[in-house]
Design a protein around this ligand. Structure first.
Ligand code: GUN
Ligand code: FE
Length: 465
């Protein structure tokens, strides 16, 4: 894989553009020219350009063709540009456990597999090795924005933020807070929780300040109480105050598993419900994303709605750990923001495309149970959740998620050309990703992973083949 850094002024991307600006709406613009400025923002989007020279003569006569880089894919009917995927819930340190879960369910899975692995990230050499692989793997799978859970370790967490920054991946980075109901070998004191949380937030804030290239804050901190049972009331209260003071993002887990929900109600007997715990401690807002939400009650849905908080739907994890089926359509119809998370390693794959596939299938299992046709999510629905839904949940809708004017060009170059025989819902090979960041054009060549056949009917139906 080659990584090329080319200093740019302006770039014109020319070819087929596909995105999902609204739920169940897939827009396809053939022969579209996208003019991207040196800051990486989309200046103009011109559909149906008869030729690349038209862009300069007819539409943007002020553009100097000599100093403009052109990325022209118009000659390849199988290729198109698609917004980078947004993974709103992924545990970076759990990568080595991907696919390893046996017959466990959430609480014994945490004790058996997860806590021992995460505890080992005190070793910075290991953290560096695994985190580098995770960022590389997620980028290779088209994830240009990710919201990461790290571990309780401040130095390893800073390392993860450095690696994301260096590789141009937009990321929210969360040092996990755990000062209650956690094993002796993997927990922290309330005092350490405060010191280390502030330390990591400060580190992330100054990322990029040392480089001279123009670069906006692509790495942000996110407060990360692991889940209500892992935190004392004192810690939740401090995090709630800190969130409000610094206007920070928050991520956690909610209503994933029946035993977990029982545990929460025994630990927080005064709370109205699981989601109510986070509300009581002032942790819900438009920048809060809670993972799973498999067993949300109408009360919890109304609390999420009132606080404009989003849900990260993690269908691979929910199937693997037999947590259940999240009622995505019900959430969407209730006005809740919904996105996709790999939840690696509860989920076995670092690919949001795989999560989209699983969301598509799980919704059909749900429909078999509810007998409601509308519970079935379309291909367009899940592609929306994978991109714009993620942008909404992370409160980044004005920056990423689709190809609207003014948004960042954070994009995957998808190639539909079938080379294998495996039939799948999505005919989609591992993408290249293209980002313009701080005046630089980043491109990492994708490698083929997903073999396919002519089965991606929604795309074929709109004339891509
Ligand atoms: N609940 C608390 N911690 C975790 C975790 O690491 N993964 C999942 N899926 N659920 C959790
Ligand atoms: Fe998780």
């Amino acid at each position: 894989n080659s990584k090329a850094l080319v200093k740019l002024v302006t770039t014109v991307y020319y070819g087929t553009i596909v995105h999902t600006p609204a739920l169940n709406q897939l827009q396809v613009f053939p022969n579209c020219a996208v003019v991207v400025g040196s800051s990486g923002s989309i200046i103009n989007l011109i559909p149906n350009c008869s030729s690349i020279s038209d862009v300069f003569t007819k539409y943007n006569p002020e553009l100097d063709q000599k100093s403009t880089k052109i990325v022209d894919i118009s000659g390849n009917p199988y290729q198109f540009f698609f917004p980078g995927f947004v993974d709103t819930h992924i545990h970076a340190p759990q990568f080595p456990n991907a696919g390893i879960f046996g017959n466990s369910t959430l609480l014994d899975w945490l004790d058996t597999y997860t806590f021992p692995l995460e505890a080992s990230f005190e070793n910075l050499h290991k953290a560096n090795k695994i985190y580098s692989r995770v960022v590389h793997q997620t980028l290779q799978n088209g994830t240009t924005t990710a919201s990461y859970f790290a571990t309780i370790h401040p130095e390893a967490t800073k390392l993860l933020s450095n690696i994301c920054f260096k590789n141009g991946q937009r990321a929210l980075i969360g040092r996990v807070c755990m000062d209650d109901n956690s094993p002796d070998f993997y927990s922290e004191s309330h005092e350490d929780m405060k010191t280390n949380t502030v330390d990591v937030c400060n580190h992330i804030k100054q990322l990029g300040a040392t480089t001279d290239q123009e670069c906006d804050a692509i790495i942000l901190p996110t407060l990360t109480p692991r889940f209500a049972p892992s935190c004392t009331a004192k810690t939740l209260a401090w995090l709630g105050d800190f969130r409000e003071e610094k206007k920070l993002h928050v991520q956690s887990h909610v209503s994933e598993n029946i035993d977990e929900i029982k545990l929460v109600s025994s630990l927080f007997p005064d709370a109205s419900c699981y989601t109510g715990v986070y509300e009581d401690y002032n942790l819900l807002g438009a920048k809060t994303v809670l993972a799973h939400g498999v067993h949300l009650t109408p009360l919890e849905i109304s609390i999420l709605h009132k606080n404009q908080s989003g849900i990260s739907h993690c269908p691979i994890s929910n199937s693997s750990l037999t947590s259940g089926e999240t009622r995505v359509r019900q959430l969407l119809n209730s006005g809740i923001k919904v996105s996709l998370g790999t939840d690696m390693s509860g989920g076995f794959s670092p690919s949001i495309l795989s999560s989209a596939r699983q969301a598509h299938l799980v919704s059909r299992h749900l429909a078999m149970k509810t007998k409601k046709e509308e519970d079935k999510l379309s291909v367009n629905d899940v592609l929306y959740l994978a991109t714009k839904g993620g942008a909404q949940c992370l409160d980044m809708e004005s920056t990423i998620g689709d190809f609207g004017k003014g948004k960042k060009w954070e994009c995957q170059l998808v190639d539909l050309k079938s080379t294998g025989s495996q039939i799948d819902i999505f005919d989609w090979q591992l993408p290249d990703y293209l980002i313009q960041r701080g005046g630089y054009h980043l491109k990492i060549a994708g490698r083929e992973l997903l073999n396919s056949d002519d089965y991606f009917q929604d795309f074929h139906g709109v004339g891509l083949s």
